[in-house]
Design a protein around this ligand. Structure first.
Ligand code: FE
Length: 232
């Protein structure tokens, strides 16, 4: 018996994990794979997909900033970090942040704290690397909002799991009939509602899906219309 649904019963938090390259460029992503693994000395494990730009930067400098998300973060905020690569998109362009003394970006909204880490060893996990880190600096930002758990993200925010995440499982994509009013992004879970349109991006309320221009992209994760399916 190997019921993979058991994996969804494991509990996680959600974190912004960021790094800085050797020439001072910054990037970050959303990960659930952060854990304190020992107390004395304090060691924190961060596991990232090798294909991510943040992974590349960590390999260059050995520096990581981890920030727990709070429930105040919405899907647009999470999508900014979580579903597209920093290779073609500046994730910090519209983000309020400051820099640590090592040049790590510290986001100042929707997060309870920041921890800056230094990599002291690595475990190769084929698709991912686990970075074992020492804790260099840690400070509380805003502890008034509860931390966002992975369960909250899935059940309350209706968020999806991006392909690079350690917990990704292939999802079934269902085909639906023609007269549907809502279309769901297969990548991030954003819902295009024909009633509401996407006025912020030039699609007036009431625009039928077929009339949404072909170069329109998901406002959360940036994929095209071909990645959407009609909702049940
Ligand atoms: Fe999307």
């Amino acid at each position: 018996m190997l019921n993979l649904k058991t994996l969804f019963t494991l509990g996680y938090g959600l974190y912004i994990v960021s790094s800085v390259s050797k020439d001072g460029k910054i990037n970050g992503l959303i990960a659930n794979s952060v854990a304190q693994v020992t107390a004395e000395p304090i060691r924190i494990a961060v596991t990232l997909n090798k294909e991510s730009l943040t992974h590349e930067y960590i390999q260059q400098t050995g520096l990581i900033c981890v920030q727990p998300l709070t429930e105040s973060a919405d899907l647009i905020f999470i999508g900014n970090f979580g579903f597209r690569s920093g290779r073609g998109f500046d994730k910090f362009a519209k983000m309020p942040y400051k820099l640590s003394k090592e040049g790590l970006p510290i986001v100042t909204v929707n997060t309870s704290s920041y921890l800056t880490l230094k990599v002291i060893s690595k475990v190769d996990l084929e698709t991912h690397t686990m970075f074992i880190c020492s804790l260099e600096e840690a400070e509380l930002l805003d502890n008034s909002c509860p931390p966002m758990t992975y369960a909250y993200y899935h059940h309350d925010l209706k968020g999806k799991t991006p392909k690079g995440a350690v917990t990704y499982q292939k999802e079934e994509i269902t085909k639906k009939g023609e007269k549907k009013m809502k279309y769901v992004c297969n990548v991030c879970g954003y819902v295009y509602d024909e009633e509401l349109g996407d006025p912020e991006h030039g699609i007036p309320a009431g625009t039928a899906w077929k009339d949404v221009k072909e170069d329109w992209v998901c406002p959360v994760c940036g994929v095209g219309k071909d990645q959407f399916n009609a909702e049940n």
